[in-house]
Write a protein that binds this ligand. Structure first.
Ligand code: AHG
Ligand code: MN
Ligand code: MN
Ligand code: MN
Length: 334
């Protein structure tokens, strides 16, 4: 007899009491993200059929050409979170500044802020390769009932209450943590429900996959160059396999399941690396650590980096524990 898998909705209700602050607010917030993910998934899935491919014609604060799906996903996540009156502020890769949610309710007691990368891997949209969404949730540090301030967003990753991602891949999955391990849910598109398909996800301690844009090799710090050569040497279980999709979410997801390391080091084009601390690196670092993996900038734990600005970039090394430690050792040595 097959046992029916738990739905995400059931899982959220059942685990609500284990949240650090269990007022039901965080559960409602994750429920809204679940809804927005389904809406975006629907659009991503028909991307070749409707006029949603290609550039939107604008440049975002990152200096990147916005794709239509970047704009669409950004709108849907913001609308879903705003209209349901669940958060007090949102920051997004696609928005110059943070958004203050003015509650219609005078007794607005909303405590959480959300930081999102609405569509991760946008360069892959037009070629039918997996993209994702990343989210990170904090409790505000300024008084409840007042407009949010920049310091509500510039918190260290170690203060995250929850973080997760959606991967719109061969199947669509939502993977998240509230600090009690990592669980993955797969969408059954016929029914429109996410089911718990990957309970207690965990990085193998070691792996044999390395993911890095080697086109930037000449620019990399010596420690990273040496590590890449180490991956390529014929010795023991090496050479390792090189796998790079160019969507952080998808590269991370594969490495968590199979064992591997993702690196986006600094280079002359990207003096601090390319990935954004607040809505890419910190949420992935929280998930990685909750799944027995590790994340750093090569020296410092990602979640200990003190944020100074919303769109700050940091070098990023994340994945199986032993592999990340090896990179850190090379960074110290060379
Ligand atoms: P985004 O699409 O949200 O701007 O993020 C792109 C990021 C990340 O997903 C990916 O791993 C990385 O950029 C790829 O960068 P390169 O094309 O420079 O390798
Ligand atoms: Mn972008
Ligand atoms: Mn991204
Ligand atoms: Mn993005």
């Amino acid at each position: 007899m097959t046992v029916q898998k738990q739905t995400l909705g059931e899982f959220i209700i059942e685990n609500q009491s284990s949240f650090k602050y269990s007022s039901g607010e965080l559960s409602r917030l994750i429920n809204s993200i679940r809804l927005a993910a389904k809406i975006v998934n629907h659009e991503v899935n028909k991307a070749g059929l409707v006029d949603i491919l290609g550039a939107a014609g604008d440049t975002n604060i990152q200096g990147e050409d916005q794709q239509k799906l970047d704009v669409y996903a950004n709108e849907k996540f913001i609308q879903t979170l705003t209209k349901r009156n669940i958060v007090c502020g949102i920051a997004s890769e696609e928005e110059d500044s943070f958004i203050t949610i003015n509650s219609q309710d005078e007794n607005n007691q909303n405590k959480y802020v959300v930081l999102i990368d609405p569509l991760d891997g946008s360069s892959n949209i037009d070629v039918n390769v997996s993209v994702g969404t990343i989210f990170s949730i904090y409790r505000r540090v300024t008084p409840v009932g007042t407009p949010v301030q920049i310091e509500d967003f510039l918190q260290k990753g170690s203060e995250q209450v929850a973080a997760g991602y959606v991967v719109y891949g061969t199947s669509t999955m939502l993977v998240y943590t509230t600090g009690h391990g990592v669980n993955g849910f797969t969408l059954n598109p016929a029914i429109g429900s996410f089911y718990l398909s990957h309970p207690n996800m965990s990085f193998p301690e070691d792996g044999n996959i390395y993911s890095v844009n080697e086109g930037n090799y000449l620019d990399f710090p010596l420690g990273i160059k040496k590590y890449i050569k180490y991956c390529q040497e014929e010795e023991d279980d090496r050479p390792y396999t090189s796998r790079y999709i160019g969507s952080l979410v998808s590269d991370f997801h594969r490495n968590m399941i199979k064992g591997g390391i993702y690196m986006y080091p600094k280079g002359s084009r990207n003096p601090n690396g390319k990935l954004r601390l607040l809505y890419e690196c910190n949420p992935m670092a929280f998930i990685a650590e909750q799944a027995n993996g590790k994340s750093s900038d090569g020296y410092t734990r990602t979640m200990d980096v003190e944020p100074t600005e919303l769109h700050q970039r940091v070098p990023f090394v994340c994945g199986s524990k032993n592999m990340v430690e090896k990179v850190e050792q090379y960074m110290r040595e060379f």
